[in-house]
Design a protein around this ligand. Structure first.
Ligand SMILES: [Ca+2]
Length: 490
């Protein structure tokens, strides 16, 4: 008691002396103005279906506003190209083997640390609205309103803080409505972190009624390798079930193919049907991005708000004759990533550094002045966005797709390394959870691509003697990279 009252007396006695610096500290805290973060993510929206990325097949004027007013990343890659795992990587800043979400069948442990929890814990108000797809209830959000699983395009049910409600309307519009509602009700004295996640343009590509006739009398240009026959590639390409036309259902196509159509003719026909619906869904996403940007403008929030537009991975838009993703090929792993922040990023910035979805958490924490969790494995690319790429920035990336022959598309599990020029892929052919047993139908195989000479990845040069030194070098680098991320070889 005596020492406590003594302490109190001492403090009281010191108060006048402390007054000046104390006031100074408060004003410093007040000037610690932190940006709002509006994170808009769609599902399966490939960069080559965004006009800011040079799309040859559509226009996205609203998404393009972010490129014009901010930065566009041209080499942003996903580390495991499929919905649920990519979302877990984005939240935790950890690779799938560490965050525990390797396949579509895994759920995120709500006890895990995430960027949302860290921002919430440091004074941000946080919300998650739209497609979540991580099974367990969202943690780290003051408010959440999510689609159950994949959710429906038309008149979807949503789960708002545990309560299920069916809504009238189109998912992309509704997710934006709920996001705007939350923004209007927020505390304007605190910064916000809003994850607005669209389910579009995921399969089965169901457009809004107002876009049903868009592109109706138009022929959409075909990719140059729509009729790929997978010659010279590993057995994995041939084995996969994601061919346009052939591997599509009536739900995907919304009609029966003309009688007698097979193989490449079916692919040619299916491409037009599929890509038009896909692009119709993208048009609704673009319009709704516009609504969000208009709101920020009207509320004079644009200067103080980081706005991101991205997708959980890329997608094959008929490239190699495919739809879907999963493979480590370019169209699948490249994510669109646009970020506008007038107080920190020059309009029209184009950044070609190799960035990953693994980096998002640390980048947002950096802007929010919150110290990253040391268990996170990415790196903030804030300096890159500001035109000051660190000299030791990564020049290679590690990728691993775990869902061996699962998920209805029969893509063989694989891992690999992508450098600025090359890509080495190892289809290790081991079934997930098979305790080391090698699947006889998927013998281990390698692929090597020279992206400089063959950007479309049509020529596997793994067996080419001219590339034997390159392959040997890449194997060493792959092993080093894998071990640096604490993953283990198959
Ligand atoms: Ca996805």
């Amino acid at each position: 008691m005596a020492s406590m009252s003594g302490h109190a007396l001492t403090r009281r006695a010191l108060l006048p002396a402390l007054a000046a610096p104390f006031v100074h500290t408060v004003s410093k805290a007040q000037t610690r103005k932190r940006p709002n973060i509006l994170y808009i993510m769609s599902d399966d929206h490939a960069a080559h279906a965004i006009s800011a990325y040079g799309s040859k097949i559509n226009q996205t004027p609203n998404i393009d506003r972010l490129a014009q007013g901010g930065a566009r990343l041209t080499n942003c890659f996903v580390t495991n190209s499929i919905c649920t795992p990519s979302r877990a990587v984005i939240l935790t800043g950890q690779y799938s083997h560490l965050n525990g979400v390797k396949t579509l069948n895994d759920k995120i442990d709500p006890a895990r640390n995430t960027v949302a929890k860290m921002l919430q814990g440091d004074g941000y108000q946080t919300a998650m609205i739209g497609k979540w797809h991580l099974v367990t209830n969202p943690a780290g959000f003051d408010y959440w309103n999510i689609l159950p699983g994949q959710g429906l395009y038309q008149n979807p049910e949503l789960i708002e803080m545990g309560k299920r409600t069916k809504h009238q309307g189109y998912a992309t519009d509704l997710i934006t409505d709920f996001s705007l509602d939350w923004l209007k009700k927020r505390d304007p004295n605190k910064p916000f972190f809003l994850m607005c996640h669209h389910k579009a343009p995921h399969r089965e590509w169901s457009p809004a009624a107002r876009h049903a006739k868009l592109f109706e009398n138009v022929t959409i240009p075909e990719p140059d390798n729509l009729f790929d026959d997978y010659r010279g590639r590993s057995g994995a390409a041939e084995r996969s079930r994601m061919r346009v036309g052939e591997d599509m259902t009536k739900t995907d196509l919304k009609m029966d193919p003309p009688p007698g159509l097979t193989g490449m003719a079916l692919r040619k026909w299916g491409y037009q049907v599929y890509i038009k619906d896909y692009l119709r869904c993208v048009t609704a996403v673009d319009e709704n991005v516009g609504r969000m940007l208009d709101y920020l403008d009207a509320e004079k929030l644009a200067d103080d708000t980081i706005v991101v537009y991205t997708s959980d991975q890329g997608f094959f838009l008929g490239d190699h004759g495919w739809y879907d993703k999963r493979f480590m090929y370019e169209e699948s792993i490249r994510m669109p990533f646009l970020m506008r922040y007038p107080r920190g990023i020059k309009p029209g910035t184009v950044n070609r550094d190799m960035t990953l979805n693994l980096d998002f958490a640390q980048t947002f924490l950096d802007y929010a002045q919150v110290k990253a969790d040391p268990e996170m494995q990415g790196r903030s690319f804030r300096a890159n966005l500001e035109g000051k790429t660190p000299r030791d920035w990564r020049t290679e990336m590690y990728y691993r797709y775990w869902m061996h022959l699962g998920g209805g598309h029969d893509v063989t599990a694989h891992y690999g390394i992508r450098t600025e020029r090359y890509k080495l892929i190892y289809f290790y052919g081991k079934a997930l959870g098979s305790a080391g047993a090698v699947d006889k139908d998927t013998p281990p195989e390698w692929e090597l691509y020279d992206l400089q000479k063959d950007p479309r990845e049509m020529r596997n040069v793994y067996q080419d003697a001219a590339y034997s030194k390159v392959a040997a070098d890449l194997k060493v680098r792959l092993a080093r990279l894998q071990s640096s991320y604490r993953d283990t070889p198959a």
